[in-house]
Design a protein around this ligand. Structure first.
Ligand code: ADP
Length: 282
């Protein structure tokens, strides 16, 4: 039976630490959160981030823009926030409406305030190993490895998924820790052949039930990033068939209560870091 990696508990500890650190600064850190349109899921995400800020002693300013907002208008708001010395972090909730070019928006955020760490400059620094903010989900998973004493050194790490937000940066961080990294994606012909080799398996495909017990090497560490929502019950579940896989794995994350809360906590940590840098406290 695998050890359950308790993301909720660890996230609570990180948030408490952020609150303690934030209280020591000459002023509260401040997040500016921009939501374009009225997608209900995005609305919930932004509301949760505001709540997390409140818990962590971080101010938050919210900007709700109508779905029809012109790209220029959004860019000019970002420009204003970039120049506002009281704002430490700028977050534009994705996805954006179709008429808005997502990369143009990401590129417009000042890299110092890019607390999602999606800006190409921050991505580049992560690749070359320069100090920079890390994207929240991969950063949260690395914290989990550290907390549970899971070393990646020389381990075979299989990353299922290659999105810019999760899979790609996650593989890079595992490589930094000396893992031997294999990326799998939609065009990987035999996924099971790859996952069976994994000492560390991270799954971010958004495909319910993708990873079954027979695809796991005994003793593997299994991290399930997915948050699939059952449209009937509203319950969340991952890409990993938990009951089968936990019998073979050494460590496993639950869904919910695993990676999700860690992602949220790392956003708070990134806002704190951005504030510390801006206030010359680190
Ligand atoms: P996220 O933001 O959680 O990473 P995305 O939907 O952006 O999710 O990306 C999903 C990723 O998962 C893609 O890189 C895709 O290639 C990969 N993927 C989806 N289905 C499969 C599958 N059946 N086998 C392997 N990889 C898959």
């Amino acid at each position: 039976m695998a050890v359950l990696i308790d993301g909720k508990k660890l996230a609570e500890r990180i948030c408490a630490e952020v609150a303690r650190e934030a209280a020591k600064l000459p002023r509260k850190p401040c997040l500016a959160a921009i939501l374009v349109g009225d997608d209900p899921a995005s609305e919930i995400y932004v509301r949760n981030k505001e709540r997390d800020c409140l818990k962590c002693g971080i101010d938050s300013r919210r900007f709700d823009l109508p779905a029809g907002t012109a790209q220029e208008e959004l860019l000019s708001l970002i420009d204003k926030l970039n120049r506002d010395g009281a704002v430490d972090g700028i977050l534009v909730q994705l996805p954006l409406p179709e008429h808005i070019d997502e990369s143009a928006v990401i590129d417009a955020i000042s890299p110092d305030k890019d607390i999602d760490a999606f800006h190409p400059l921050n991505v580049g620094k992560m690749i070359t190993g320069e100090p920079t903010l890390w994207p929240c989900t991969p950063a949260g998973i690395m914290e989990m490895f550290r907390e549970y004493g899971i070393s990646l050194d020389g381990k075979k790490c299989v990353m299922v998924g290659r999105s810019n937000i999760v899979g790609r940066p996650m593989g890079l961080l595992m490589l930094r820790e000396n893992g031997t990294v294999i990326y799998c994606h939609r065009r990987t012909p035999d996924l099971a052949e790859m996952t069976r080799q994994a000492d560390i398996l991270v799954v971010a495909a958004g495909s319910p039930g993708l990873i079954t017990g027979d695809m796991i090497k005994p003793g593997a560490v299994v991290i399930d990033v997915a948050m699939n929502r059952d449209p009937d019950t509203g319950k969340f579940f991952g890409d990993v068939c938990f009951d089968e896989v936990e019998k073979k794995a050494s460590f496993i994350t639950p869904v919910p209560g695993g990676v999700g809360p860690m992602t949220r906590a790392m956003l708070m940590k990134n806002i704190l870091t951005a504030a510390k840098i801006s206030l010359k406290q680190m």
